[in-house]
Every structure is written in C-alpha cells, then in structure tokens.
Ligand binder design. Structure first.
Ligand SMILES: [Zn+2]
Length: 337
C-alpha cells in the first residue's frame, strides 16, 4: 500500500501517520487564485438591464483597452437544418492564427472589412468573397447590385461601405459570444451546456430574424482540448470545474473577448442585447472603453429547468452549480422538493 500522501508530514514531525484517503473534500478548500472579474455580489434579482459601473472601477478591471485588428476574409450563405439561413463570416486577426467566426442571422448585417473595395478586384472576385448584396444566382454579374431584389450598396471615395439603413442593419442586435466546445457541440457531452446554449441562441435569433453568434476558437475556457480532458478526469476525482483548472495551473477562465468586440464593431453592431447569464461577460465584451455597449441582458435558462427536454446528468448539475456559486452566474437554481 502506498503512503505517498504523508511523506511531508512524516518528514516534518518524524511521526508516522496513517495514509488518508483522498475524498471530494480534498478540493473543497482550494482558494480561487485567479478570480474572475466579479464586480458585484448583489445579483440575486437577475437584472436584465446591466448595472451602471463607475468609470473608475471599469478602468481598474482586467478587461481589454485596445482592440485587435480583425479582417473578414469570406462570407457565405448557409441554409440550416433548423430552417433559418445564416451567413457564416470567417475572420483573421493580428493576435492569433485561429479562424474565428461570426454566425450572422440577417443578410443585411454587413462586415466593414469584407465589403471594403480592394485594389483591382472584379465584381466576380467580390461575389466569390461574399461581399455582395441580396442573393447570388447563376449568371449574376454584379456584387454591389442585385437587380432581381432591387437592392444596391454604395461606397465612399475610399471604397468603404456606406451603411445606409435601407440596405444595412444598424439597430440593437441579439448577440451571443460562444467559445468553441468540441465535447459539448460535437461529441454529445452532458458535462456542460455549451451545445444546448448554442442551439438555443440560434433558435432565438432565427425567430427574431437578426442576430450574431461570435464563435471564438478558445476551447475549454481557453486551455485547449487536451488540458480540458485532463480537467474532466480531475472532476471525476472530485474537483469542480474551477478547481480542476487551478490544479492544472490554468486560470479558472482563460478566455479573452476583445476579438469578439472587434468582430461586432466590424459588423456594425455597437449596441447589443447579450444572451448570457455571466455578468463578467458583459464587462469583458464592453472593455474599458465601451466600444460595444450591452443595452440589455437576455437570460439563458437551462432547458432542463423549464421543460422535459434538455441535458440531464449529474455532471451538468455540478457544472451549473459551480457556474452559479463560484463564478457568479445570474441563474437561480430550481427548488428541489
Ligand atoms: Zn462545453
């Protein structure tokens, strides 16, 4: 039998102590060494209008001040199995090599960098990149004018798109910031609710007609898939989501949202209604300068709490409890009888 657990106590006291069995409580007193933003603790009433945060406090928070440069490389229409069409936008940027995405509901939400005219490009080049108005059809020759739909877009002398309200959406827009989760979206994982929240955000935006899901390639709260799988094993050993990340020497939440802010601005979405339960995400997407403003928070209630559908597993119960109790999410747990 191994007594590795007690090597240190033997050395310091010279006495032999019986080995202790690791239990769930081994993780219970772990301090959260990398606290998330946690501006306020008075969140019981789940306000839908985000609280006003004093300028000075906002400046002191660990949120972005400057924005990365983003460039939309291509956009394409995707008919979906769920009904609504989406326009998938693919972005490159100057801070990482990943291909971040914007899943856009509404043909009239237009990317500034995608539509900007490039030297020597043809109308065919523009249609191929997805910088067109209206609908593509076989034989169409012009990107900037759709004769069938009677729509056209205009440009200034520098070749930048002029956002006219007749052709370009400029209102308050439903937005969800989603971080990639291979396990939850593709491998049917019931350890988290990412897949369900992604589907639900799409359903709400499809019904509304306009919306944007910014899909950031930061798997496992930014730690990557390999490390996430190790964290799952630690969870099976009794740690919660936050503790598992800290044991692996990762921050509780290593995500960054400045790319999302830059992508939203590129799409002309400066006033947004953010679908989230996470108050820190509001601050994280607004940043120090509030380039994007969250004017309303739309709660995301787990489907299993309000209907017979949704994810049911003991892992998801623990995951949601951690979100609420340790990460300050604005959800009230259902009363259990
Ligand atoms: Zn997930």
């Amino acid at each position: 039998m191994s007594s590795n657990n007690n090597i240190n106590s033997e050395r310091s006291t010279g006495m032999k102590t019986p080995p202790t069995k690791p239990t769930a409580s081994s993780f219970e007193n772990m301090p959260i060494i990398s606290p998330i933003l946690s501006y306020s603790s008075s969140r019981a009433d789940s306000p839908q209008i985000p609280e006003i945060i004093p300028e000075e406090t906002r400046k002191s928070l660990p949120i972005h001040e400057t924005l990365p440069i983003v460039n939309c490389i291509a956009r394409a229409r995707i008919p979906t199995t769920q009904g609504p069409e989406i326009f998938l936008h693919l972005y490159e940027n100057n801070i990482d090599k990943k291909e971040h995405l914007a899943i856009v509901f509404g043909e009239d939400i237009r990317s500034k960098t995608l539509f900007a005219k490039r030297p020597n490009e043809t109308q065919q080049d523009r249609m191929t990149r997805g910088a067109y108005v209206g609908k593509l059809y076989p034989g169409r020759l012009e990107a900037d004018v759709d004769h069938k739909e009677g729509m056209s877009v205009e440009f200034d002398s520098e070749g930048q798109l002029i956002r006219e309200s007749t052709t370009t959406f400029k209102d308050e827009c439903l937005v969800r910031i989603h971080s990639e989760c291979y396990t939850g979206e593709t491998a049917w994982s019931a350890r988290c609710d990412c897949g369900e929240q992604f589907d639900e955000a799409g359903r709400i935006m499809g019904a509304n007609g306009h919306g944007c899901i910014v899909y950031l390639r930061q798997e496992g709260r930014g730690i990557g898939l390999g490390e996430k799988l190790k964290a799952y094993n630690l969870q099976d050993l009794g740690a919660d989501t936050v503790q598992a990340n800290l044991i692996l020497r990762h921050p509780a939440d290593g995500r960054s949202f400045s790319l999302a802010t830059a992508i939203l601005l590129d799409l002309g979405l400066a006033d947004i209604k953010l679908l989230t339960n996470n108050p820190d995400k509001i601050l994280a997407v607004e940043g120090k300068n509030r380039d994007v403003k969250v004017i309303e928070r739309v709660p995301m209630i787990p489907l299993a709490w309000k209907s017979k559908s949704g994810i049911k597993s003991k892992e998801i119960d623990g995951y949601l409890s951690t979100k609420i109790e340790r990460m300050g999410h604005l959800l009230e747990k259902p009363i259990k009888f």
